[in-house]
Design a protein around this ligand. Structure first.
Ligand code: CA
Ligand code: CA
Length: 142
């Protein structure tokens, strides 16, 4: 009796609410993306993107150094990680890694399959096929 009295009143607002809340990760992501520009210098990003323009030349160590990520605080690294974790899964998966340069600059190229696999292999210490926050931070500081 109680439940049936509740459900008609609850259903409608809940339906709307859950639909609206689906847009929240996207908004959070957009905020994180803005953080990328706040954390790193646009000039450094451009130089780093340009340095690895040619296919199969990507070197994550040099890249992290060039964009100035190596010397950033753990908090800043976390923000960058969140910006790169496009689907907010808590991990950077292989397909997100492929587009990692676009996370830094919209004009960034896609990594080749070879580069993506090498990058993933270097970062994925526990071998689960994706990069966690700690793995990312460790890789940047390597
Ligand atoms: Ca993800
Ligand atoms: Ca992993």
């Amino acid at each position: 009796m109680r439940a049936s009295a509740f459900s008609p009143a609850c259903r409608f607002p809940y339906g709307r609410h859950s639909r609206r809340s689906l847009t929240v990760p996207g908004d959070a992501h957009r905020a994180a993306k803005m953080a990328m520009k706040d954390i790193l210098k646009a000039d450094d990003i451009k130089k780093a993107i340009d340095a690895f323009k040619a296919a199969d030349t990507f070197d994550h160590k040099k890249f992290f150094e060039m964009v100035g990520l190596k010397t950033k605080s753990a908090d800043d690294l976390k923000k960058v990680f969140l910006a790169l974790d496009v689907d907010n899964s808590g991990f950077i998966e292989e397909e997100e890694l492929k587009f990692v340069l676009k996370g830094f600059a919209t004009g960034g190229r896609d990594l080749t399959d070879k580069e993506t696999k090498a990058f993933l292999h270097a970062a994925d210490k526990d071998g689960d096929g994706k990069i966690g926050m700690e793995e990312f931070a460790a890789l940047v500081r390597e």
